[in-house]
Design a protein around this ligand. Structure first.
Ligand code: SF4
Length: 194
């Protein structure tokens, strides 16, 4: 089966999923989107209000900032794949529970298996914690570190754009300033992965 068919099957399974209680709150699922052959795969936490309404990941204010961050190093959204660990919006945008992440993550793992990127950039603590054996992590300590995952795939953690919206300072050492450093490093790893 080709990649498009495989991903379509995953998206169809997500659309009817009732594996966890979040199915009761969604307007629609937000499966993820992007280039089927992307070398770079961004993983966020869960859909917010705008994503729940549109069915697309990283739209609204955080999505606009995310797109700007990519543009600053000349990466286009159409060249990457963008998804979340959780495919249905948690009520009031609360942090998903570990049980919800465990229920939903097989979909993300299936998407990763099909797209087979060289680099996964996790956005925020929750998405990174899923990939690490120790789940209690501090994103302030882990961001900007290159980590190795299964199959020779590099994981690079960054702050979540929503966190940057709540921390607007651009002073040296601020989350925003560090994010510009991080995205330049992502660009370097991306170029090396050709
Ligand atoms: S969050 Fe994931 S596991 Fe839970 S109902 Fe939605 S698609 Fe299914």
């Amino acid at each position: 089966m080709d990649k498009e068919t495989l991903l379509r099957e995953i998206i169809d399974r997500i659309a009817t999923c009732t594996r966890c209680g979040l199915c009761e709150h969604r307007t629609q699922t937000v499966p993820g989107e992007g280039n089927l052959n992307a070398r770079l795969f961004f993983v966020g936490e869960a859909p917010g209000r705008e994503e729940d309404l549109s069915g697309r990941p990283f739209v609204g204010a955080a999505g606009t900032l995310f797109t700007e961050i990519l543009k600053s190093v000349k990466i286009d959204r159409k060249d990457v794949y963008i998804g979340n660990i959780i495919k249905c919006r948690p009520p009031d945008n609360r942090t998903p529970t570990m049980a919800e992440m465990d229920a939903c993550a097989p979909f993300l793992l299936a998407q990763l298996q099909v797209v087979h990127p060289k680099l996964i950039v996790t956005l925020g603590a929750s998405s990174l914690s899923y990939f690490l054996p120790e789940r209690e992590i501090k994103i302030t300590e882990m961001r900007g570190k290159r980590l190795q995952w299964e199959g020779g795939i590099t994981i690079f953690p960054m702050f979540h754009p929503s966190y940057l919206l709540r921390n607007a300072s651009k002073a040296p050492g601020s989350p925003k300033a560090l994010t510009w450093d991080d995205i330049r490093e992502v660009r370097r790893i991306y170029d090396q992965s050709e």
